[in-house]
Design a protein around this ligand. Structure first.
Ligand code: FUC
Length: 838
């Protein structure tokens, strides 16, 4: 990286001397564009070193190789199979027997029966598939010097450049949402220097069978086309086409059957258009060819500069809403891969802000209105059958992808998820009826582009009918941040039907007469002594999820003034749910019985759903549960898969322990193992999260966790700096969102709040909780408080008192003192609070 790109504006006023280093803090307004780059001194040698671009629909991974450039391509509707369902009609008949076996404690027998009668016998979901690769061969470009490549996440453009035989070459690549094409621009500082050949390919199927056709059409175009794979019982039927058009200034373009040759051009622009016949989960009658041509023709009408300008403006409309400054040190002089290697040594706070913003970059690039939601790999996948098919695992992974969407000010990007949930509510209605004879809709632990709802992979992992209850929380969450009643009305039927399923599916358990979900599992974890089976009834996570789905259905109905009778029924059922329980070693019980093993390190810690993303466990409302949740999390340990560590950052933030949350960030930002599988999670050189293998949820989970360390709004107030680690002494953040329609920006020094700027979008009481007692310059608007909060968006959750085993000892809490103030706000007004330490 050259010096020009490192010009950082250091505000002299604001540098601090910490134990062993000097940390220069950059003024937030002047946060230099150069800080928002991932950059390297060598081309990618593996896919997880390549750099991702995307517009929600079209993705590419760019290797930046001077002589053999690879641009790996994705289109978000290229999935194996075709419209299909995977319900098992035998479930209904087997259900009473399965439940009986569970209540008799015959778990292994119950699990076997589920495997025979309830798990799908047709398909376990279809795979998200790569489109293929565009390969550019530059003869003689092997002895380059001055190599540099970057992904600029402030512009969403990659650049690679190098010098060959005295000529400087540069390639810029981006995926444009406004123009729906991927653009490659190759330039050189000497006329007539650009000579290369372009070809395309795609991984072959078993026995080397080709999976696509490639041809050139004499019009400076290359066309790759194919049909997606068959998988299990489902025939592949998605037709896809990628069309690549080369436009040069100077030089010539010639072609063979399958290759385009560019000779001595001054400048080259490559337009990549991709499309399929997919219309929706139930209809693949679209015309891929017409679409691919329409996108290409439209883009060709515009010049490169205009396409780039429109792309950057569109992208920045999202990206620029939030900025985060945690300080800048000399570490930024190192390339990104080095910084990841050295992060654990400390002294690189800017890598955390980069990682945070990279999470936002990935969401903007993989989830746009009109497209599919981000799957296990977002939209980036180079295989025909990627890990877990790169589909949607909804017992944590899909939800985690969307955790940053509201708090980091990207609400529109929820649209693909919301649309998927609407569709799952349609397909899942039949699943509920056919499999369980229940009303409403149900989803088990996975789905795909065809919106399958049946249980897959075997009872041990898949007998979990809770996907609808969890995904529906996201629908309501968007309302909590926006207060948009029209929107709430539009999603209420989905929320209501998700709740209706549980009204029918809950069953009374014999011991306490609680209403419980059965059969189910606490995702993928096996209770102590259960020898190979996970199945049980009334797991803690299920109880929390049912509590939440009933609660949001009730709240929505009350806000929309509808469904009185149903509300009464749900309130009755709520009373009969099991309480949370605190077991023998002071832990929050994961199951209805105390089966928790204190040495269990399982990556799923599902019973802490109540702590995050839900808000049923609070230091201020129910300290016993808060203490028990902490005991459970401590026992589970830190290092784990990528997504598990991402979740733990959020939990430690909710446990108000910034240093422990930061420890998890350090674990997550360590280099991922070199082997594709195995070992604990970490971060690849391209900053993708390693499960391992690559899984994007950890990126999003950690991004959300960083935001939760700075701001929370689920527990009766807007809590500013709830979990600030001691290493982030000074900093600032701009543009985060809080429930109740507030935009929040603030700066802190020495761990104390300095200035807060709050924009109120809905008006109403704004209650803030801050770490330091402050005197406020506009005190007429502001009063210290501890009383009832009148803003309904800050209502705290009323849960049943927990059951606590007599002999148990609870850890003490040692909560830091905080201070609360109420600001009476008007919609549209901005409130600036200067805080002075008393
Ligand atoms: C769940 C997790 C795995 C993995 C898979 C995609 O099953 O337990 O760790 O993330 O989803």
């Amino acid at each position: 990286m050259n010096k020009m790109e490192l010009k950082i504006k250091i505000s002299m006023k604001r540098f601090l001397i910490s134990l062993c280093c000097i940390v220069a803090i950059v003024d937030i307004a002047a946060q230099d564009a150069t800080l928002m780059k991932l950059w390297y001194n060598q081309p990618a040698s593996r896919w997880v070193e390549a750099l991702p671009v995307g517009n929600g629909r079209l993705g590419a991974m760019i290797f930046g190789d001077p002589s053999k450039e690879v641009i790996q391509l994705n289109e978000n509707t290229v999935w194996a199979g075709q419209p299909n369902r995977n319900d098992n009609p035998n479930a209904k008949e087997a259900l009473p027997e399965v439940r009986k076996l569970i209540f008799e404690g015959k778990y292994k027998e119950a699990q076997d029966l589920v495997n025979q009668k309830i798990i799908s016998k047709t398909s376990h979901g279809m795979a998200y598939q790569t489109v293929g690769n565009l390969k550019l061969n530059f003869p003689g470009h092997d002895n380059y010097t001055n190599y540099y490549r970057e992904l600029d996440i402030e512009k969403a453009v990659t650049t690679s450049r190098y010098k060959q035989n005295g000529v400087n070459f540069s390639t810029k690549i981006f995926s444009s949402f406004p123009d729906q094409v991927i653009i490659v621009r190759i330039s050189a500082d000497k006329a007539g220097s650009i000579t290369f050949s372009a070809g395309m390919d795609r991984p072959t199927a078993k026995d080397n069978i080709p999976t696509c056709k490639v041809k050139s059409n004499g019009n400076n175009e290359l066309i790759l086309s194919g049909v997606t794979s068959d998988q299990e019982t489902v025939k592949g039927a998605v037709k896809f086409i990628a069309k690549v058009k080369i436009v040069t200034s100077g030089g010539t373009v010639s072609s063979t059957d399958t290759v385009l040759n560019v000779n001595k051009a001054d400048m080259v622009t490559i337009y990549i258009s991709m499309a399929t016949n997919f219309n929706n989960y139930n209809d693949i009658s679209g015309n891929a060819e017409e679409r691919v041509n329409a996108y290409l023709q439209n883009a060709l009408k515009k010049n490169y500069e205009q396409i780039l300008k429109d792309h950057i403006a569109d992208y920045q409309n999202y990206f620029k809403r939030v900025s985060l400054d945690l300080g800048v040190t000399d570490s930024i002089k190192n390339p990104t891969d080095k910084r990841i290697e050295q992060f654990a040594k400390g002294n690189d706070p800017q890598l955390v802000s980069l990682y945070f913003q990279f999470g936002r970059y990935l969401l903007i690039s993989s989830s746009r209105p009109g497209g599919q939601p981000a799957n296990l790999q977002g939209i980036w996948n180079d295989q025909l059958f990627p890990p877990w098919d790169s589909k949607y695992t909804v017992n944590i992974n899909t939800e985690m992808n969307y955790w940053p969407s509201e708090i980091t000010n990207l609400t529109e990007l929820n649209e693909p998820l919301i649309q998927m949930v609407r569709e799952l509510a349609q397909t899942g209605k039949q699943t509920a009826k056919d499999m369980y004879g229940a009303q409403g809709w149900v989803l088990h632990h996975n789905t795909d582009i065809w919106r399958i709802n049946g249980p897959i992979d075997g009872s041990y992992w898949g007998m979990w009918p809770m996907g609808g209850a969890w995904l529906s929380q996201h629908l309501y969450g968007k309302y909590e941040f926006s207060g948009d009643k029209e929107y709430l009305k539009s999603v209420y039927p989905v929320i209501k039907e998700a709740a209706l399923f549980f009204l029918d599916f809950l069953i009374e358990e014999p011991e306490h007469k609680w209403l419980v979900v059965s059969p189910s599992i606490s995702p993928e974890n096996e209770p102590k002594g259960h020898a190979g089976s996970t199945i049980s009834a009334g797991t803690t996570m299920d109880n929390q999820l049912v509590f939440d789905i009933f609660s949001i259905a009730i709240k929505s109905a009350e806000i929309l003034k509808t469904d009185n009778e149903l509300v009464t029924k749900m309130k009755e059922s709520l009373k009969r749910l099991p309480p949370m329980q605190i077991g023998n070693w002071g832990q929050l019980q994961e199951w209805m019985s105390d089966w928790d093993n204190p040495t269990d390190k399982h990556r799923h810690v599902s019973h802490l759903y109540g702590l995050f993303p839900s808000n049923q466990i609070s230091p201020y409302q129910n300290p016993e549960l808060f203490s028990a949740a902490k005991t459970s999390l401590e026992a589970r340990g830190d290092e784990s898969t990528g997504w598990s560590m991402g979740w733990k950052v959020n939990w430690w933030a909710r446990l108000l322990d910034g240093d422990h949350a930061y420890k998890l960030i350090t674990d997550q930002l360590k280099p991922a193992p070199k082997a594709a599988w195995g070992g604990s999670g970490g971060t690849y050189p391209n900053m993708f999260d390693a499960h391992p293998p690559f899984q994007i949820d950890g990126n999003f989970g950690c991004t959300s966790g960083i935001a939760e360390m700075l701001l929370q709004s689920q527990d009766g107030s807007i809590h500013i700096l709830p979990a600030l680690p001691s290493v982030w002494k000074n900093g600032s953040v701009k543009g985060l969102k809080a429930r109740g329609g507030f935009d929040i920006s603030f700066t802190w020094e020495n761990g104390l709040i300095q200035k807060i700027v709050i924009k109120s979008n809905l008006g109403g009481n704004c209650r803030i909780r801050v770490p330091n007692e402050v005197v406020l310059d506009n005190s007429s608007l502001l009063k210290p408080t501890s009383g009832v909060n009148l803003n309904p968006f800050f209502a705290t959750v009323q849960i049943k008192k927990p059951l606590i085993v007599d002999s148990t000892k609870l850890n003490s809490l040692n909560l830091k003192t905080t201070f609360m103030y109420d600001i009476s706000t008007k919609a549209g007004e901005t409130y600036t609070i200067n805080c002075f330490k008393k």
